[in-house]
Design a protein around this ligand. Structure first.
Ligand code: PLP
Length: 403
């Protein structure tokens, strides 16, 4: 059967990753910085085991039953307290919905807000899977360059003005302000204020995707969440248990006004009815018993020490002309080579000849305008792999530079 004849126009907007083909070559002899996985030693395994047993002994009839689309009240109440500690104030549980990871929330955002031809603004580069989630709904994506303080709000304002003057519909601005994926950059306080100010002056909505804010491992204090600074209800806030507990739980949440949350619930109903009830009860207990709070400093330490190792290896081995970021949060370092290197093209040699893999930078740009960066994950590989892998990466870059 020729499936092609039956596919919707929307399916054709789903973009297969060219990188996936190359990553098939990754085997046990290849050191991969390509994934986006946390260090498994950060998972609170013993506690999850105990809690699962307790939840099933005490309330199996609820934990194994269908639940409400918005999520269980116990978890929403715990999350309200958890967010309260970082200054995010909400009116009550009606301002939260529990999702299947933040990834589901990103897809729902696309469904709820984007008509084909609408504009959205993102940082450039930005989280690849957000671009993929939004792209299905056919928006025009405008990427705004970043510097070490985060997105260039001056350029963002120019873009907003142009979209509005051209009669375009700008639906939202999507940002990952802390430990951004892929660059590792954290937006400064000044930029955060400026961004909220632009949103206020032009009456815009902001989507704040915050998987990494709770495991900020910089030496200074983490900047306030946009959601905590938002006095006008413009910020739709997304976070997740993937980095503070474990991604396999597939649990995320959205905090926004109750009116916005009702729309999320309507969309989610037809997607999956609700998020796993059992996992929600487990997560509520992880918060209530302080497991998450205890796990966060441990996770920060693991991330910080692996980041330091990768930074040390980079400065030891990389040829001149190569630069990289120094993240205070998140799981990634963003490395930029001289322009004559196309990191997508180089990946085949890196994997097959040198035994090292990374994600080429191009697909993180909404309009794929740059080809000489790469994303390196430092949380999953072991310390030995980090050193050896960066050494190999330096060799392949040197080969391409000298070619
Ligand atoms: C910026 C960003 N948003 C969302 C996600 C999705 O996370 P999850 O669906 O596991 O909650 C990730 C995962 O790495 C991410 O980096």
């Amino acid at each position: 059967m020729d499936i092609d004849r039956f596919l919707s126009d929307r399916s054709r907007l789903m973009k297969a990753s060219e990188i996936r083909e190359l990553l098939k070559w990754v085997n046990e002899n290849v050191i991969s910085f390509g994934g986006g996985m946390p260090d498994p030693s950060s998972f609170p395994v013993k506690e999850i085991m105990e809690i699962t047993r307790d939840v099933l002994s005490a309330k199996a009839e609820k934990a194994l039953q269908y639940g409400t689309t918005g999520g269980i009240l116990e978890l929403k109440e715990e999350l309200a307290k958890f967010m309260g500690k970082v200054g995010i104030k909400i009116n009550g549980p009606e301002d939260i919905i529990i999702t299947v990871g933040s990834q589901e929330a990103l897809d729902i955002i696309g469904r709820l807000f984007i008509n084909p031809g609408d504009y959205i603004i993102t940082e450039s580069p930005t989280y690849l899977a957000a671009l993929q989630a939004f792209r299905i709904y056919g928006p025009r994506m405008v990427g705004i360059p970043m510097d070490s303080e985060g997105v260039r709000v001056d350029l963002l304002e120019e873009a907003v003005r142009k979209i509005i003057n051209d009669g375009g519909k700008l639906k939202f601005i999507y940002v990952v302000p802390t430990g951004q994926n892929p660059t590792g950059i954290t937006m400064s306080d000044e930029r955060r204020k400026a961004l909220l100010d632009v949103a206020s002056r032009y009456d815009l909505a902001i989507v704040e995707d915050d998987p990494y804010g709770y495991i900020y491992f910089g030496d200074d204090e983490p900047p306030a969440r946009l959601k905590a600074m938002d006095s006008e209800g413009r910020v739709i806030y997304l976070s997740t248990f993937s980095k503070i507990a474990a991604p396999g739980l597939r649990l995320g949440w959205v905090a926004a006004s109750s009116e916005v949350i009702r729309w999320f619930e309507l969309a989610k109903q037809s997607i999956d009815l609700h998020t796993s009830t059992l996992n929600q009860y487990i997560a509520a207990e992880l918060l209530r018993r302080g497991v998450i709070e205890k796990n966060i400093p441990r996770t920060k330490e693991i991330y910080r020490s692996k980041r330091d190792l990768m930074l040390q290896a980079l400065s030891e081995y990389m040829p001149s002309g190569v630069s990289w970021t120094r993240p205070s949060a998140g799981m990634f370092i963003w490395l930029t080579t001289p322009e004559r290197i196309d990191t997508g093209e180089m990946l085949g040699t890196a994997i097959k000849k040198y035994g090292v893999a990374y994600v080429p930078g191009k697909s993180f740009y909404p309009n794929e305008e740059r080809h000489n960066d790469m994303r390196l994950n430092f949380t999953y590989p072991t310390p030995q792999q980090i050193f050896e892998g960066i050494k190999r990466l330096a060799l392949v870059i040197a080969e391409y530079l000298n070619a």
